[in-house]
Design a protein around this ligand. Structure first.
Ligand SMILES: Cc1cc2nc3c(=O)[nH]c(=O)nc-3n(C[C@H](O)[C@H](O)[C@H](O)COP(=O)(O)O)c2cc1C
Length: 272
């Protein structure tokens, strides 16, 4: 078999390189010879490596060219819902939740659903308290437009707010603005906590207790059946919402609610 000059010289060069490398790394001459004898294998391996490197290079070029430039995150805009014709003139209630493990969110949504059925002439909007305002100033701006709100807020740590309520809480406790937005706002608070913790329902009970409540603060205790606490608070809330949300022509036909009545236990005594 005849080997062309160019091909033969490149194979020769390769074999010389392998041989010298093997010498340099202390391989014995028989190992070097074995390499040289397998020139064809070496050439194939070299081609495979070159092709692989080429593919990788093409892949990286393709990936970097296809990648969109990194855009700075757009600020989350809280859309103030435009009143539809249907909504105009209806009373609005915003139901806020501050939650870590979604219990407060669940109660907020459950209450809003029931309230929608009870008060068809009112609009109930459930809001994550963090998403309500992107800038701190927006809290004041937006809350000033509210007239009736319900807050479902859980307590964590050493009587601290949840992550999604932290910004609101900081704004509320540190800012003087709160006095302005509280002027026109009537609201109710259902606080979620667990009495096993030292600071049971502390944050919201302490901070907002003095403000204008339409109903006493509900103290939900996750240790003792928080659903029952929620139900009891809800029954206190309905009569107050009746006063605020029922139309004049509905007045008098108050929403039926279960009054809190003492429980009695019947004990049968066998007479002698
Ligand atoms: C790590 C941890 C810390 C908590 N700290 C408190 C606390 O300091 N005070 C309190 O009253 N409840 C505390 N709780 C109880 C929660 O507030 C309670 O379970 C609540 O229902 C959770 O509501 P969420 O699911 O909406 O976050 C804590 C719960 C966990 C898991």
């Amino acid at each position: 078999m005849q080997i062309g000059f160019e091909k033969a010289s490149s194979l020769y060069l390769l074999s010389v390189v392998v041989a010298s490398l093997s010498d340099g790394y202390g391989l014995d001459s028989s190992t070097g010879d074995a390499f040289v004898e397998n020139r064809l294998l070496i050439v194939v391996l070299s081609i495979v490596i070159v092709v692989l490197i080429g593919c990788m290079a093409i892949f990286f070029v393709w990936r970097s060219s296809g990648r969109k430039p990194v855009e700075s995150p757009k600020p989350l805009v809280v859309k103030t819902q435009m009143d539809t014709k249907e909504d105009q003139g209806k009373k609005k209630v915003t139901v806020f939740f501050g939650t870590q493990t979604k219990m407060a969110e669940g109660f907020a949504k459950a209450l809003a659903e029931e309230a929608k059925a009870r008060y068809p002439n009112a609009i109930f909007k459930v809001m994550d308290i963090d998403e309500y305002a992107t800038e701190d100033d927006e809290y004041e701006e937006n809350l000033k437009k509210e007239s009736l709100a319900l807050f479902f807020l859980a307590t964590y740590g050493d009587g601290e707010p949840t992550d999604n309520a932290a910004r609101f809480y900081k704004w509320f406790t540190e800012g003087k603005e709160r006095e302005t937005w509280l002027e026109n706002l009537q609201f109710g608070v259902f606080s979620l906590g667990n009495q096993q913790y030292e600071h049971f329902n502390k944050v919201w009970h302490d901070e907002i207790a003095s403000a204008k409540h339409i109903v006493q603060v509900g103290l939900g205790d996750d240790d003792q059946g928080i659903e029952d606490d929620f139900s009891a608070w809800r029954e206190l809330l309905w009569p107050e919402l009746d006063k605020l949300l029922q139309d004049e022509n509905e007045a008098g036909a108050s929403t039926p609610y279960i009054a809190a009545i003492p429980e009695y236990r019947v004990v049968f005594v066998k007479l002698e």
